[in-house]
Write a protein that binds this ligand. Sequence first.
Ligand code: CMC
Length: 365
Amino acid sequence: MGDIKKGLEGVVALDTSISFIDGLQGILKYRGIEVEHLAEMSYDAVSYLLINGILPDEQELTDYSSRLKNERFLHHNMADVLKICEFGIESLDLLRTAISCSAHFDTEKDIHSPEANINKAIRLVAKFPTMVAALERNRIGVEPIGPNNDLSHGANFLYMLTGRIPTDLEAEAIEKDFILSAEHELNPSTFSLRIAASTLSDLYSAIICGLCTLKGPLHGGARKGVMDMLDEVISPDNAENYIQDKISKKEKIMGFGHRVYKTYDPRAQVYKDIARRISLENGDTVWYDMAEKLEHIMYHEFIELRGKPIYPNVDFYSAVVYKYLDIPSELATSVFAIGRVSGWIAHCLEQYSDNRVIRPRANFV
Ligand code: CMC
């Protein structure tokens, strides 16, 4: 057997037309379009692009958005399921259970035709925000709120979470968050669900694989890690000590470093801008100032002193945005998943369309 690449670093496992990353130049494209450009569109348009392969025209977007809105509501039995899901555990564990239960209310769960898969895809994209908001409201002991179909995908999520119509900037921030989180080539969660899909397991099962893998602190769980770090640092004045302490204990600093990017993650730049704007609107820039200070110290310690390309990744400034949106850290990975589900679905559909079971080998030692 050939050389083993620990962590499959640099291994190319499949062809994809869903996204492209140039990790040296900091370029990310979904279906050939730069993510910075996509961040100016609606999540519905980007979700359509990922799942269908092309941007929708005006009529297609109207139809897609209205199908999503019709599917935002949960099956009436799900209200009870979500209530009994309150086990006092992290939100992503609840979401995983909720998605699993919701599959049983989908009459097309085990129908694998392309039409049935698109119907299930739309249900999943539409219901993720409703479930996450309801789980959180149950957790804090208040009644879940139904969707408001006058609002966009992102704004409606914030409305269902807080009961308040978000400001224009808050709505823009969460919509951009969902778009920037939507897709990232063969990251761990996407790879895990492509393996599930390659066994011809159903779409719900594959998505649950993705959720379970997203949870880890080295992947999507890092967003919660950054929020917790900001709570621990408290003030920009403590940033230096915090980083030096982590370095001396050889611990990772959450929200920094990437397997593929050896330069600034292009998503982090967009998040940084929105974090700065929302901090100014909020009139309290402490979270943003603290993050900038942490970034400067990290730059000095790793890039200038050690020559290691450790830049902020997607989870760093997104966590600052979540702070300003009052999203609790326990919810961060689930909110990440709301955006990511469109990319996950696109990868499942791509896997089904030209399938061979993914089954590598191991070297016996
Ligand atoms: N803080 C301190 N040192 C770091 C960090 C960090 N965040 N990231 C990498 N390093 C160091 C690491 O200690 C190692 O040093 P040495 O060569 O002296 O042993 C070197 O850089 C290479 O690190 P690695 O862990 O071998 O790199 P990897 O490609 O296996 O892992 C990573 C990539 C993202 C898991 C890692 O950078 C990390 O753990 N970062 C913190 C967690 C995080 O922010 N995860 C989010 C990932 S991106 C978005 C997502 O997936 O959701």
